[in-house]
Write a protein that binds this ligand. Structure first.
Ligand code: AHM
Ligand code: MG
Length: 335
């Protein structure tokens, strides 16, 4: 790549070339990116900034919040509420939606986020990230926004992405025209385009799943992994490698970079919960990115992006990544 293309220029060109994104959406994405830059600074300081450890509080899902979960949530809210592009926000770390206060202009968009994904990795200096999804406020909503306005399927997203805080800070984005990656240039203080037209190979020899849960899995997942583990001598006729970072952002980033399949399936420990991961903050944005890069994403039976959410913090089983592998796992569930 010759001339450096900043996130701003990329978005302006998306807006200009075919009117893919309105200026309000462009500005909203820039504000999210700015918030991610601020979160990246806090993450980087770690113990020096006094930001590690737990906050002695639980979120709506009964998980102990880390200090950085709360900091990241506040940074995203403060950065986004005054810009005039949003009507409301929803976060994995908040019980209910956050309305844009009356003192600020109201915009047309709804922003959803997992402020810091991979919480168990915060204190051990392993990659974590922010995941976000943007929806349009339904036309019928006159003035007040309610939780019901957020309950739209993933195929209604108008922008989605994540920012991974790892050896590099990288923002990965789709506005429905493929997937682009922007690396934070700390000297310039801006995100620079470093990868465009990201493509996930249809086939892979690498899977990501928390193997310690194997005894709780359903038969189709067990069958798929057993076949991978059987290697060259088994029905797949090839050896598989395994990776599990336990930060979805990092596992999905690897899959967008070199292929693979990621699974967090339903399991017997909590039969009434469809899975661990959250549909609206994690599965939907990641599924859209993966599909935009030529991969596939299902809950084992149906396309994740077609699921109609019934509640904000809804959970879902996730199978995503290289197309042929995802189709195989889905086929095992449906047969
Ligand atoms: P979080 O949003 O509270 O961090 O939880 C989600 C994370 C995912 O990033 C990751 O894939 C999964 O939980 C790891 O779970 P486990 O520790 O069960 O392997
Ligand atoms: Mg998460």
């Amino acid at each position: 790549m010759s001339a450096k293309i900043s996130l701003t220029r990329y978005l302006v060109e998306q807006q200009r070339v075919d009117g893919r994104i309105p200026s309000d959406l462009r500005l909203l994405i820039e504000v999210v990116a700015r918030a991610c830059k601020a979160i990246s600074h806090s993450v980087e300081k770690g113990a020096l900034g006094g930001v590690l450890g737990s906050a002695d509080k639980e979120n709506v899902q009964g998980e102990v919040q880390k200090k950085l979960d709360i900091i990241a949530n506040e940074v995203l809210i403060e950065a986004n509420e005054w810009g005039g592009h949003l009507a409301a926000m929803a976060s994995e770390e908040m019980d209910t939606i956050h309305l844009v206060p009356n003192r600020y202009p109201q915009g047309e968009y709804l922003l959803l986020f997992d402020p810091l994904d991979g919480s168990s990795n915060i204190d051990v200096n392993v990659s974590i990230g922010t995941i976000f999804s943007v929806l349009k406020k339904p036309e019928a909503t006159n003035g007040g926004v309610s939780e019901a306005d957020f309950l739209q399927s993933g195929n209604k997203q108008v922008a989605a992405g994540y920012c991974i805080y790892g050896p590099q800070t990288t923002l990965v984005l789709t506005v429905g025209d493929g997937v682009a990656m922007f690396t934070l240039d700390r000297e310039q203080g801006s995100f620079v385009l470093t990868e465009e037209h990201v493509k996930i190979p249809a086939d892979t020899k690498e899977f990501a799943i928390n193997m310690s849960n194997m005894r709780h899995w359903d038969a189709p997942v067990k069958r798929y992994i057993d076949e991978c583990l059987a290697g060259k001598e088994g029905p797949r006729g090839k050896d598989f490698n395994m990776r599990w970072v336990a930060s979805m952002v990092a596992d999905v980033h690897r899959i967008l970079t070199r292929g693979g399949i990621f699974m967090y399936p339903w399991d017997k420990r909590e039969p009434d919960k469809p899975g661990k991961l959250r549909l609206m903050y994690e599965a939907n944005p990641m599924s859209w990115l993966v599909e935009q890069a030529g991969g596939a994403a299902t809950d084992g039976r149906q396309r994740i992006l077609d699921i109609q959410p019934g509640k904000l913090h809804q959970r879902v089983s996730v199978v995503l990544g290289s197309k042929n592998e995802v189709e195989r796992v889905t086929g095992y569930h449906l047969s």
